[in-house]
Design a protein around this ligand. Sequence first.
Ligand SMILES: Nc1ncnc2c1ncn2[C@@H]1O[C@H](COP(=O)(O)OP(=O)(O)OP(=O)(O)O)[C@@H](O)[C@H]1O
Length: 337
Amino acid sequence: MGEYALHVDHLSVTFHTEAGSVEAVRDVSLALKKGEILALAGESGCGKSVLCRSLVKLLPAYAAITSGTITVHDTDITAYTDTQMQALRGKTIAMVFQNPLTTLNPSMTMGAQLREALIRKEKLSRQEADERAVELLHLVGISDGEHRLHMLPQAFSGGQRQRCALAIALAASPDILLADEPTTALDVTVQMQILDLLKHLRDVMGLSILFITHDLGVVARLADRVAIMYAGKIVEIGTADEIFYDARHPYTWGLLQALPSAVGPGERLQAIPGMPPYLAPPPAGDAFAARNPYALAIDYETAPPFFSVSPTHEAATWLLDPRAPKIPQPAWLQKRG
Ligand SMILES: Nc1ncnc2c1ncn2[C@@H]1O[C@H](COP(=O)(O)OP(=O)(O)OP(=O)(O)O)[C@@H](O)[C@H]1O
């Protein structure tokens, strides 16, 4: 068995819309190691959700994987049929989303929903399913499970609903969890609790977690490694420390500078000026060039390859080419390192 739970190689996904073909994911290669938490971060619209959904083939009919492969535990699933994917979803790969109410049925008690998942996926008897449902609620931090099983989702708080959605996702003991902005709708304290829960689940179940977020602040608490995405591409990847203390891509600098922790008292937060490009078709060269204060002439012509910074850290920016002018990391980042 290899070291990866899941990996994608040169994956591209296109939406065929009336306005033209939108290349939402462009030549992405990414590997999720067994038992790690990998965060995929970037601004809204950069392609995080499309990448995540393409891994489990939950794309609309007018979207297509146009190239690349998806491998789960050494098996190439790129050409899997709907029936094969249904067997894989839940059993091997589970998903949780920003809004747990998209997963939870408002008119069924939590117990009935958990039981339904357990009977369908795990072929348990009703009594076994009830016992397991209480165990699952306990696992996700909901005590008094016997009592709570009789309640409808609306009787639970936002954070507890997300815990319940996690319990349903984990019903069939998957080993890969794709979490698409699962804490975005929650207030800060509850967000932190759910992040701690995800870490706990990784530790006790050995889950491999791909965590999608637009908020790098959330990532600092959770991730082992971080991949930064911009305009459909991964632009930098490294350990959490490498991304937070030694980022090399100007886009990552921009994201870090937009974090409250980057500014001192009385200083203003700095959002990255400008907008991400429209991807029908994508711009020539580096898609970040138009917003990049350090853009070189070559950025407008040729997309940069990845340059290695360390064995675990690489970034796709021409600034790392040995021929490029030496641009120092921003002073505020150097102070952190
Ligand atoms: N249903 C769709 N139809 C057409 N284009 C789409 C569709 N969904 C996504 N896209 C395109 O794919 C791009 C990436 O969208 P995606 O939802 O993956 O972004 P994201 O990074 O997850 O942002 P957010 O955090 O806002 O969900 C969008 O900018 C859009 O151009």
